[in-house]
Design a protein around this ligand. Structure first.
Ligand code: FCB
Length: 601
């Protein structure tokens, strides 16, 4: 079994290429009914039997000073990143011989950053996480480009003028071409180059930026570059994967120490950004699936969390590589942990074949309740809650440095925002010290190996026209922020109502056993026969009549305790109608009464 698991584990990572094809198919228009259907009830999956619960996604609280932001990375938005590892990668062809996607001018954020900061301001954002492009600042070893350095000063000044706090990422998947030629992070002694760059950046910008991220998603960089080979340098070598991951973690520790020792270092908040995808067995009763899921989780998640917690790094792929390292400085090498959270995967062991040589694969366990994104994974807000609790155990403040959804039609992004923020609020209430939330992302951009197919933007952005068009979900985020910025619903110490998630929610059947609505359901069904224009042909309930006027004016649902939302289910259209409506849409979909509104009114 060990051998099976060992060879399988290597290829777990490779499964993401298949996922990407599927993602493109979805982006091209395939839509399952579940996207439109399951908006009223949320099946909170706590790892046991999933049950439908009534959840009020308006019942959220955020602490005073909580940061609301968006996140980006230089190569994905700036344009003109021609001198780094990704630019080199883009010149090549993929395994099938097809040309690779090219970032090109991306979103021209390099020249349009002021316009983009205005967009951030229009949403009420208070922070912006972005990466500074090492290859532009230091185009050759030890050679620093004054113009590039000045550029980021301008960005920081513009952010400050707009009242938006910057968060700088030093390494977000791109390295200068010269650094890659030297072996990049494969060579531990190269870490010194990264430290020197970080020091230079901090000397320049430390006075203008308090929040710093050292390394973004080290394990994703390693998986893409050294396991699946989807990212540069397109290698498939598990030993190297382990070495690069270790070196990145060591680089993080070195950068932290170096910046802390600089003037202003003590005041800076410096952290590492960890992505968490949970890896769960496809069949929870299968020992093989369970073992495989545990190995993948141990490499992708626990190896890094343990290092941060204890200083002990261990990367173990049975039969292939076992690499350990202890650095006692690691537990004191971060002021916060950045969490990027999107979804989860299921791991299934399979018999290898000529066409599918890998003995296990990553997939999504089809569940009726799942709301699929445009990529090959579903929305999974309860996983976000669990990830927050997990990183919260490190005992440091947490920033959600990324969370978002590929959703070209914008028909689930609003719901994503509501549910993920609900999960975040639950984590806060349960004691996780979350300081901010950065949505990925402001506008559609270059999504690495996916090119421009995956659309994560609150604003649609066509790389040809460069016009930024707000999606309806952008307004939903704006209203959520406005509501919380107004102090209306900041986190107060609340009584025992906020306990473990499982205990908090009431279990509720979708319909009573006899299939007929109860009196209250029927009553609300009548009340929903309101104005036309609702999502999927469903009429939204008459919100304004039951809401305090200020809230109604904001278009937000009533605070908890006011009109109960769950009855809307009685007026849901047949599945086919919902699906038909959701399919027949344009690129930037309808604004009124989207799925999230149905859920909460
Ligand atoms: C994260 C990356 C970010 C973006 C999002 C969608 O893994 O950090 O650059 O690609 O995924």
């Amino acid at each position: 079994m060990a051998a099976l698991v060992a060879s399988a584990a290597l290829l777990v990572f490779a499964a993401s290429s298949a996922a990407s094809d599927e993602g493109q198919a979805r982006a091209a228009g395939a839509l399952t009914a579940s996207r439109a259907r399951h908006s009223t009830f949320w099946t909170w999956d706590d790892g046991r039997e999933p049950v439908r619960r009534r959840l009020d996604t308006d019942d959220v609280r955020f602490p005073p000073g909580f940061l609301w932001g968006v996140a980006s990375a230089a190569h994905q938005v700036e344009g003109g990143c021609a001198n780094n590892n990704w630019a080199r990668w883009e010149e090549g062809r993929d395994a099938a011989g097809a040309p690779r996607p090219r970032a090109g001018a991306a979103c021209e954020h390099w020249t349009r950053f002021r316009e983009d900061i205005e967009l951030m301001r229009s949403l009420g954002l208070t922070s912006y996480r972005f990466s500074i492009e090492w290859s532009k600042i230091e185009p050759a070893p030890g050679v620093f480009d004054g113009e590039a350095i000045a550029h980021y000063h301008e960005v920081l000044d513009a952010l400050r003028a707009a009242g938006i706090a910057p968060m700088i990422t030093l390494f977000h998947f791109t390295i200068p071409a010269w650094f890659e030629e030297l072996g990049g992070f494969e060579v531990e002694s190269n870490n010194g180059f990264f430290v020197a760059f970080a020091q230079r950046a901090f000397a320049e910008y430390g006075g203008k930026c308090e929040l710093w991220c050292t390394v973004n998603e080290p394990e994703v960089y390693v998986e893409g570059g050294y396991s699946s080979g989807k990212f540069p340098p397109c290698k498939q070598d598990m030993h190297l994967a382990a070495v690069v991951l270790r070196n990145l973690l060591e680089a993080h520790v070195l950068v932290y120490a170096a910046l802390k020792a600089m003037p202003g270092g003590a005041a800076a908040q410096i952290g590492l950004v960890k992505d968490i995808f949970q890896f769960e067995p496809y069949n929870a009763y299968s020992p093989l699936d369970t073992a495989a899921a545990s190995i993948v989780d141990s490499i992708m998640n626990e190896s890094i969390l343990r290092f941060l917690r204890t200083g002990h790094f261990s990367f173990w792929m049975p039969g292939q590589v076992r690499l350990t390292r202890t650095n006692t400085r690691a537990p004191a090498s971060y002021d916060f942990i950045g969490l990027n959270y999107y979804s989860h995967h299921h791991v299934r062991v399979r018999l290898p074949s000529a066409r599918a040589p890998h003995p296990f694969e990553l997939l999504h366990l089809p569940r009726e309740e799942a709301l699929m994104t445009d990529l090959a994974y579903p929305m999974y807000p309860e996983g976000f809650y669990h990830a927050l609790v997990r990183v919260g155990k490190l005992g440091k403040p947490v920033y959600v440095t990324e969370s978002g959804v590929a959703d070209a039609r914008d028909d689930i992004r609003s719901l994503h925002l509501r549910r993920y923020l609900y999960a975040l609020s639950c984590a806060l209430a349960d004691g996780v010290d979350v300081r901010g939330y950065y949505h990925w992302t402001l506008m559609d951009n270059f999504e690495w190996a996916e090119g421009y197919a995956a659309k994560f933007g609150l604003f649609a952005c066509d790389p040809q026209s460069q016009v930024r068009v707000p999606r309806p979900s952008a307004d939903v985020l704006r209203r959520i922020i406005a509501r919380h910025a107004s102090g209306e619903a900041v986190l107060q110490p609340r009584e025992a109502e906020r306990q473990a998630v499982g205990a908090r929610e009431e279990t509720l059947p979708l319909l009573p056993a006899d299939g007929r609505p109860t009196a209250s359901l029927a009553g609300t069904a009548a009340a929903t026969a309101a104005p036309a224009g609702g999502f999927s042909g469903v009429q939204p309930p008459p919100v304004a009549a039951t809401m305090p006027s200020a809230v109604a004016a904001e278009g937000l649902a009533a605070p908890s305790g006011a009109a109960e939302p769950l009855e809307v289910v009685a007026s849901l259209p047949p599945l086919e109608a919902a699906e038909g409506e959701a399919r027949g849409d344009a690129e930037v979909p309808r604004a009124p009464a989207s799925a999230e509104e149905r859920e909460t009114h």
